[in-house]
Design a protein. Sequence first.
Length: 390
Amino acid sequence: MSTYNFDEIIERKGTSSVKHDMMNRDFGRNDLLPMWVADMDFRSPDFVMDAIRKRCEHEVLGYTYGSRSYFEAIINWFANHYDIKAEKEELHYIPGIVAGIAFAIQSFTNVGDSILITTPVYPPFVHLPLSNARNLVCSPLSIKNGRFEIDFSDLEEKAKGCKLMILSNPHNPAGTIWSKEELKKIADICAANNCVVISDEIHADLTLNGRKHTSFSTVSEMARDISITFIAPSKTFNIPGLGSSVCYIHNEDIRNTYFGFLEGYEVANGNVFAYIGAEAAFREGEEWLKQLKVYLQKNVDFLEAYLSQNMPKIKVVLPEASYLAWLDFNAYNMEHNEIKSKLINDAKVALNDGTQFGGKDYEGCFRINIGCPQSILKLALDRIYETFGR
């Protein structure tokens, strides 16, 4: 059995890395510690890299397709990890979940239709409906006992007239794991409004501290029949550059509409490495994932202890799944842009701006990516502490 070294520092600059090489675009400088884009600074797994190297030994990289063994690996992973009993015809490759959501917007809504989200949430959930000329409807989450919670009265009211709900499950930011009961309530509300649910479950495998993910499609037959589930090995195994996501749709009418769009526009044909990498990850990834989650939980514990001891003014929502935490700096009594400037120009740390997760309601808040060696996390927190103090 391999033992994986997540403390290893890997130089990523100069590799066309968005996280490391595009900071000047978003922050105005390149000399920051990158704690923003949601990929990890750990080496991609050896079994994925070995599978890609082996395929490269055959020196023809022609047109390709998802093989029988590729789909078998997905079906087995879905059954073992999410309790999804998928058939091959219910699955489809997509080049990425953000793209998949955009395709769903085009498939199930028209210009001016309303799309429901809960905020704060992953920025593309905000941008995609607006960039496609849809009406964005936001149901704000609250923070109780250190986790995000849904206001179901508000959600029920906001769902009226919505054609589509984009659900982050687990939630991004902060990896809140929605319970079976919470997901059932969402299903009931959306079904009553003829609203299709897109369940983005990209962080499903990264449940921490013994917690368990519940796939939206498994909580009831109704949930299964009104939903599209998006899952990918990209966050789990740190291979987002392969573009190897997959969707699961049980309902035949929804499936025909969505798959028909994908095939009609020729937008979901995978590349050779997407198929090879995903199959290797799903087939051989159990031990790597087990060790990764232990390390990520240590980072969560370190973050919690560091903030408690040194910066108790920062309110934090810690991840129950994933490697993304939500930090609220508002107790420092500074304007949002002042906090942002101090993070960039004094602490020299790149965090995701909270206003991108749903607007002005999230001023003073920032998302931090702790999917890195703990020495890097400590350095980032030390810089923030030296800048802001207690």
